[in-house]
Design a protein around this ligand. Structure first.
Ligand code: BG6
Length: 543
């Protein structure tokens, strides 16, 4: 490192996460959006914090012909314009010389031979030894050819040797159970499972990891985290943006594959799994797999009763106009791709028998919000029975009967229940809603929140990619999905896809053509999704 360069102090607590061994990171798809928006900034920040050694070298590989300098220039431009990066000229000057680029096709033996030569040359020049990390940040259609070419070019060293080789694979990992299984077989014909890091960036979010800490580091919650005390669990991952130019990708994906198979399944697993015996890759992932196995499979006929899908129409979401999904570029005018899914899911084990898990995710909803709400059963006997008691039910002008009905409703309503909400993003934090007495002579109950705000206690959480990349370099796969985990999640999702397909085929054979429910952009989804809960006397909490 050159003298006089100002880097952020690495606090002592970080010492155990400092990588001491040099390594080469090859990014496939290096000229793309993910590399510029997330990967390169994350590596830059890790270097800024001195968590990576000075001879950690990055080699970009993509089809676009770029020189090393052009690649550096692009990276710099995107970092300067990135509000999450505190750009420092001096730190950049130390970082930039470690960036290199080579162009080539993803399925071309000759390109990989040139890659092999460049890697050897840089490894020697920078005294790197042989640690290699391959990052697949490309469209999934080229994952298989890249893996084949890596194997053929002899770029993958066997696991357990003196130097390590690892591969990071972005989502989507397959598009159904069969394709995920096939991709796994292919990846594992070249790599060992221990060398494979299937990424789900939700697991890198501090607040997602905090779900486990909250549950298993505090003695008071685990005893009540079960069917005896929990009434229902809701997980909402809402986005206010539409598909924003990603219509082509989204048409092949839809909300179920894009969000439910990975991010929401991970949130369900962490919220509902049994305590692992240790916080390590095997123990944590074993428990997640057990939980996924316990998710009740759906028969094809059951799918429409448990899973609602819909597509957005034009509207205004979070103050921005959003065109109808069918008007987006790359979207077929008669597309039935869902931009919203709600799923009433059941978990067949002792802990969760009879507790519904309501999941929903969608684009063009009123605001961005990812949160998990655990609603507890209400107090068995309500002592405070004054009609005026509940806030908003003071009964002014109401007859005794109306007031009594109102009170009954409120007691039954979630107003009288404790709700624990873990806000993954934004406004990261945890809220426990409780009832309190409003000061005054009457017993006037009102909900109040016990609040933990992440920003208040710790400042802004770091970006997920920063944490995940560091874990890959350190060789910790706890926050990555294992083969059995990814396939189990796909198995449950594929049942839904099959059920939908059957529904569409049945309607095209009958007199009624299949019609996907719709919702105006900027609303909380279709009425069918509200119906899913209302028939059980529930309503969605996040709004
Ligand atoms: C990605 C999806 O995995 O997650 C996107 O492909 C989605 O469609 C994104 O917008 C949401 O991530 P975050 O971190 O903004 O909630």
């Amino acid at each position: 490192m050159s003298e006089g360069i100002i880097l952020e102090e690495a606090p002592d607590i970080h010492a155990q996460f400092q990588v001491s061994s040099p390594a080469m990171m090859v990014i496939f798809g290096a000229s793309g959006d993910l590399a510029n928006r997330k990967l390169l900034p994350a590596i830059y920040k890790l270097s800024q914090q001195r968590l990576l050694p000075p001879n950690f070298v990055i080699l970009g590989y993509a089809r676009s012909p770029l020189s090393d300098d052009e690649f550096r220039h692009r990276a710099r431009t995107s970092m300067v314009g990135n509000s999450e990066v505190e750009f420092q000229g001096s730190a950049w000057d130390a970082f930039a010389p470690r960036l290199f680029y080579i162009s080539g096709e993803y399925d071309d033996h000759e390109g990989f031979e040139r890659l092999q030569e460049r890697i050897s040359m840089l490894e020697e020049q920078w005294n790197i030894g042989g640690n290699r990390l391959f990052y697949l940040s490309t469209p999934p259609s080229v994952y298989e050819p890249i893996i084949t070419c890596l194997g053929n070019a002899d770029l993958v060293k066997p696991a357990g040797g003196h130097n390590w080789t690892r591969v990071v694979i972005e989502k989507p990992f397959g598009s159904d159970l069969q394709s995920a299984h096939k991709l796994n077989d292919h990846v594992l014909s070249v790599f060992d499972e221990d060398q494979v890091y299937r990424i789900d960036h939700y697991l890198g979010k501090e607040t997602v990891q905090n779900v486990l800490v909250f549950r298993f580091a505090n003695g008071i919650f685990e005893p009540i985290w079960n069917r005896n005390y929990v009434d229902n669990v809701q997980i909402t991952v809402a986005e206010s943006i539409g598909v924003e130019g990603r219509g082509g990708y989204y048409e092949r994906s839809g909300a179920l594959r894009d969000m439910m198979q990975n991010h929401l399944m991970q949130l369900v697993s962490l919220t509902a799994m049994e305590p692992p015996i240790a916080f390590d890759a095997k123990a944590v992932r074993d428990q997640k797999v057990n939980l996924l196995q316990a998710i009740r499979p759906l028969s094809l006929d059951e799918v429409p009763d448990y899973v609602v899908r819909a597509q957005y129409n034009a509207g205004t979401a979070d103050t921005r106009p959003v065109p109808a999904y069918l008007e987006e570029n790359g979207v077929a005018s008669d597309s039935t791709t869902e931009t919203y899914v709600a799923w009433r899911l059941e978990i067949d084990n002792w802990r969760w028998q009879g507790v519904p898990f309501y999941l929903r995710t969608g684009k063009a909803l009123p605001r961005k919000a990812s949160e998990i709400s655990v609603t507890f059963r209400r107090a068995p006997h309500l002592l405070f029975d004054s009609t005026e008691g509940f806030d908003g039910a003071s009964g002014q002008g109401e007859t005794g009967l109306q007031a009594a009905i109102q009170r009954e409703r409120l007691i039954e309503d979630s107003l009288s229940r404790n709700v624990l909400t873990m806000r993954i993003q934004p406004d990261e934090g945890i809220t426990l809603k409780t009832l309190a007495k409003r000061p005054g002579p009457s017993v006037n109950l009102t909900p109040v929140n016990l609040e933990f705000t992440y920003g208040h206690s710790f400042g802004d959480p770091p970006d997920a990619y920063q944490r995940l990349l560091l874990d890959v370099v350190l060789g910790d796969s706890t926050l990555f999905t294992r083969r059995d985990e990814v396939e189990l999640a796909w198995q449950r999702i594929t049942q839904v896809l099959d059920g939908w397909q059957m529904q569409e085929e049945q309607s095209s054979n009958g007199s009624q053509p299949f019609r996907l429910p719709t919702y105006p952009a900027g609303t909380w989804g279709p009425k069918e999704a509200d119906g899913l809960l209302e028939k059980e006397g529930q309503h969605w909490i996040a709004e």
